[in-house]
Design a protein around this ligand. Structure first.
Ligand code: IDP
Length: 189
């Protein structure tokens, strides 16, 4: 089958998906994997790891000038994550559609972020009573880790997917396997 050849048809894409620390802590791994699997994408690599800050800086290098860059890296290295590679026709765009908008407040119901989380954090806002209510001394005591909790990451373009897959996986870690439902899900070129 062509799945076992190095050269895949160009319509066949791969995307990198990460279950972020909040997703794993909240026991959402099965739910998240199910959504990609049930949509029809094929899992070709997965690993549970606690990535280093240096690795995550490379992963989010395009965001290095953003004010939240350091806190984002701190959050992503705050606990284990599951890194995955999913493949299929238009896997990058389909993956983004499954995940939904960056801010869960904008994410549509039916997407992972629209169904499974509330906010990426507005730590600067809220009165003193609010910080007491949630058990934090003040807004600064929660700034480092309480943002960015939107459960998953997904590559945003075919180019960044290639770059991200190379960053997270060695070629030998990608498992080529033929799935019995392939022809029930994808059209041949
Ligand atoms: P994406 O994950 O939807 O591709 P990016 O713009 O690449 O969004 O941002 C990477 C991550 O940084 C987001 O998933 C989110 O965790 C965090 N992030 C981005 N923008 C904001 C923000 O304005 N406030 C808080 N967190 C943000």
């Amino acid at each position: 089958s062509y799945l076992f050849k190095d050269k895949r048809p160009s319509w066949f894409e791969r995307t990198l998906v990460i279950l972020k620390p909040d997703g794993l802590q909240r026991a959402l791994s099965g739910e998240v994997l199910s959504r990609f699997e049930q949509r029809g994408l094929q899992l070709v690599a997965a690993k549970l790891i606690r990535p280093s800050a240096a690795h995550l800086k490379q992963h989010y290098w395009e965001l290095r000038d953003k004010p939240f860059f350091t806190n984002l890296v701190t959050f992503m290295s705050s606990g284990p994550i599951i890194a995955m590679v999913w493949q299929g026709t238009d896997a990058v765009a389909i993956g983004r559609a499954i995940i939904g908008a960056t801010d869960p407040m904008d994410a549509l119901p039916g997407t992972i972020r629209g169904d499974l989380c509330i906010t990426v954090g507005r730590c600067e806002e809220g009165p003193k009573e609010y910080w007491e209510l949630i058990g934090k001394r003040n807004k600064f005591s929660c700034l480092t880790n309480s943002r960015f909790r939107n459960v998953v990451h997904g590559s945003d373009s075919v180019e960044s997917a290639k770059h991200e897959i190379d960053l997270w996986f060695k070629p030998a870690e990608l498992v080529m396997w033929e799935r019995c439902c392939h022809d029930w899900v994808f059209e041949s070129p």
